[in-house]
Design a protein around this ligand. Sequence first.
Ligand code: FES
Length: 119
Amino acid sequence: MAEVARPDRIRLGPCDLLGDLSGDRPLLPVLAGRQHLLLVREAGRILAVERACPHEGADLAAGRCSAGRLFCPRHLASFSLRDGSVSPGWSFRPLRVFPVAVAADGLWLETGPGQRQPC
Ligand code: FES
């Protein structure tokens, strides 16, 4: 099936990528255009977050998910997978979180009105 280009979404890849996400491995690095993101499977939903920690840029692909939060591997700040808010005691910006649409023609990062653009 041909891809349908839309200005409010970026194709992340085929639906097969979901096969690489599991409870044991809920994080998968992907590119959205030129932006490095992570696909995340959490509580039955798929979302995307920026890959670099907003604190000092650690690679969150080496982090872990627990109880709806993504933990940074470097200093162990954690981020809500709902709104990106950082755990108490930290004063840097939230993690960017993006909705992902699962369609017959692949996985799409939603960037339309009301959604933040990646970086
Ligand atoms: S680099 Fe992620 S909490 Fe410091």
